[in-house]
Ligand binder design. Structure first.
Ligand SMILES: NC(=[NH2+])NCCC[C@H](N)C(=O)O
Length: 483
């Protein structure tokens, strides 16, 4: 893929253009405060061991991102970083913080935004109102340093370790807070209460942090329809607008995909289709209706892209799969035992009441590969767990279909999904553990620019309990333009 230079520092027009800048959030101390009784409410399927998650898993992800996106920031520093028991390199409120301009943590960006007294007051007031914190406490928060305040607003913990309000443990899944569509950012409307504070924080960052200055007018907020508040509660529930980034995929310069799912409502999808067309951002918007089920909460839990002609997807959503034999996953199937999937494509200027229909997910992926990404073959589809029962389902649950492309053909995935990894290897890709790759970078035996056609494996025993993979743990804000 020939890189295209883009004047805007915020620009994404594909899933696979070389990644230049992104938002990620290192697991903060709030994740270590999740108690079993609240784990489900806070959208974790289990409590996690924070130290293991950070040191043995996430920190590798971060070092890898730095190596690919901000080489100078990490090269030659690995032993210093790794020998620090305190992990100060990873902590946004510590003087040793890596402080990259490419790999950006909302916790640090928030602290910078909080330096402005007017914005600080607005943020603290809105979060305290949302969390039911008293006015007196609000005034105390206003007195904190920006770095400490940012840490408290995210983790919920004061410097004195008082748990002032709940953590937002899902902020590690930055994918969901918004989505970059060319030089625009589409803000989310979280479906779950546990993710509302993330949204308040991100909204202020997008509108007030200098990084987003040039595109301030391009931040898209999907509002409720006029008079929504007049509707009865049942009717409101039915027409609610909820939208999470994991359901939006910028797959080609002319094409955006939107999932209608457990998290994204059909009303939201409809509004997004119209908004993207009105702003002339893309020609095609395809809505993919998937079952409203936790196991496939967003479309990026069902498929992601590896190369312009290669995708990894959940085989139970495959068109070839007509007989599952059982009906154990209640609510997922049509009466005939099939997963219920509906795909409608809306083309700018064409009649919305007569969308193009795709019968299977595969046909849509072939269409994108051929017609939007200019390949002259059909797409190659690699299935979760190699489509073998029960590995397909087991591995999809631990995010085998949720990969992040650092550039075309170089992706990060979880190490625990053995059958999927084997299938990817069989398809001709190299597979390497992240720690090995980092060693090669460190001793200059290999340079990130020279890595090609590779799946990089990330340790995932703890991370996968949070129900998200590397795709979810990233919000790309700049990729090389797709040509
Ligand atoms: N884009 C994604 N698939 N994100 C996964 C988010 C997982 C998170 N625990 C939640 O339930 O919200």
């Amino acid at each position: 893929m020939e890189p295209q230079l883009n004047p805007s520092p915020i620009f994404v027009d594909s899933e696979i253009g070389t990644l230049k800048r992104l938002l990620i959030h290192s697991p903060d101390e709030g994740l270590g405060k999740v108690i079993p009784m609240k784990a489900q409410d806070w959208l974790f399927d289990d409590i996690i061991h924070l130290d293991t998650m950070r040191k043995n898993e996430y920190d590798y992800y971060l070092k890898l991102l730095l190596y690919f996106l901000d080489y100078e920031n990490i090269h030659g520093r690995m032993s210093e970083v790794d020998s620090d028991e305190d992990r100060s390199f990873y902590k946004p409120d510590h003087p040793n913080y890596y402080n990259s301009k490419k790999v950006l943590d909302p916790q640090y960006l928030l602290s910078q935004v909080l330096d402005n007294p007017t914005i600080r007051e607005r943020i603290v007031a809105s979060i305290c109102t949302h969390e039911g914190v008293s006015y007196r406490k609000q005034l105390q928060l206003m007195e904190m340093s920006s770095l400490a305040l940012s840490r408290t607003l995210i983790s919920g913990l004061t410097p004195e370790k008082e748990m002032l309000f709940p953590p937002v443990p899902n902020l590690i899944f930055t994918r969901d807070v918004g989505i970059t569509i060319k030089d625009h950012i589409l803000l989310n409307r979280p479906a779950k209460l546990a993710r509302t504070r993330e949204s308040i924080i991100m909204r202020h960052i997008f509108f007030h942090h200098p990084i987003f200055n040039s595109i301030k007018n391009n931040v898209i907020e999907i509002e409720d329809q006029p008079g929504f508040f007049l509707l009865e509660e049942d009717e409101q529930d039915h027409r609610r607008i909820t939208l999470e980034g994991g359901d939006v995929m910028m797959v080609a310069p002319n094409h955006v995909l939107i999932g209608v799912s457990e998290r994204t409502s059909s009303y939201a999808a409809e509004r997004v289709v119209k908004e993207l067309h009105a702003r002339d951002l893309v020609e095609k918007v395809t809505v993919i209706k998937i079952p409203a089920h936790r196991s496939c909460m967003h479309i990026d839990t069902v498929f992601t892209q590896i190369k312009r002609d290669t995708w990894v997807m959940f085989g139970e959503f495959s068109g070839a799969n007509t007989d599952f034999g059982d009906n154990e996953m209640v609510g997922l199937h049509e009466p005939d035992g099939r997963f219920h999937l509906e795909i409608f494509q809306y083309v700018k200027g064409k009649d919305y009441s007569d969308p193009i229909r795709f019968e299977h997910l595969e046909s849509l992926l072939h269409h994108i590969t051929r017609y939007d990404l200019g390949c002259n073959t059909n797409a190659k589809i690699i299935y979760s767990g190699n489509k073998e029962f029960p590995y397909g389902r087991r591995e999809q649950w631990t995010d085998s279909c949720n990969m992040l492309a650092l550039k075309e053909g170089v992706v990060i995935g979880y190490d625990r999904n053995d059958k999927t990894i084997q299938a990817i290897e069989n398809a001709g890709m190299k597979v390497i553990e992240v720690s090995k790759l980092l060693e090669l970078f460190d001793c200059e035996e290999l340079h990130p620019d020279d890595v090609e056609n590779t799946l990089i494996l990330l340790p995932s025993a703890e991370l996968s309990r949070a129900r998200g993979g590397s795709h979810c743990m990233s919000m790309p804000i700049q990729r090389d333009g797709f040509m």
